[in-house]
Design a protein around this ligand. Sequence first.
Ligand SMILES: Nc1nc2c(c(=O)[nH]1)N[C@H]1C(S)=C(S)[C@@H](COP(=O)(O)O)O[C@H]1N2
Ligand SMILES: [Mo]
Length: 263
Amino acid sequence: MTLRNKSGRLSEFASSHAESIIKDARNELKNPARRLLGKRILTLGGIAMLSGCDLSNDKSVNSMLRKMSSFNDDVQALLFSPTTLAPTYPESMITRPFPFNAFYDIDDVPEVDAASYRLQVSGLANGKRVWTLDELRALPQESQITRHICIEGWSAIGRWDGVRFASFLKQAGADLTAKYVSFHCADNYWTSIDMPTALHPQTQLTLGYDGETLPPKYGFPMKLRMPTKLGYKNPKHIVAISVTNDYPGGYWENQGYNWFGGS
Ligand SMILES: Nc1nc2c(c(=O)[nH]1)N[C@H]1C(S)=C(S)[C@@H](COP(=O)(O)O)O[C@H]1N2
Ligand SMILES: [Mo]
């Protein structure tokens, strides 16, 4: 079987987890139309895999996969390149003011108390399990100026400052071979991502916005910033992170938004 991602490199993660990821996603396909879609995709995908055709060279397989990937999580995950970077922009292109969005009005943004804030890390992690804000701030920080794209039809460029999520996961003793990382938020929002995206170099545990402490409306005290994912995959006000092999879903994902939600 030859599974290749966008950059044409064999994805070991994709090969080793393909079957179980497909199984999990299939279980999630609840309404009849999506179930039918899933069935058809698995058949075509199965043929591609079983025939051992080179997915990066075979044009017809490629275009078939591209079509499927717009609505199929498994295929998107298989094609995700862990190393391809999202575009970055100069400071002059930052969108001001940066838009606010949530499943509620800006007046209802949760107020999280900095002093009593604790980040819980649970699941497949054998390192440190509770983090204070000061401990997170003491970790090496980096910045990115990237584009946030919301499925509701807007995009904006912002600067986010924080800790590279891959190094945080290592410090937290996370099992980096697990399939998912899930996030629970102070406003009861939740979402989850695949491990290759969690380890992507631009995936950031964000503590600052535009050089300032992350303001409440953008997710104080901490959010996850991923320029490779759509807005709803970027959780704000994170209070708990879990490393798991059990498909965690998400607030919008469970209402029909695509789970992979990215490039
Ligand atoms: N906790 C939490 N995180 C969330 C949401 C939310 O409602 N609650 N909305 C998501 C959506 S749909 C978008 S577009 C972005 C908006 O982030 P912003 O307010 O920083 O622009 O947050 C995402 N993360
Ligand atoms: Mo969004």
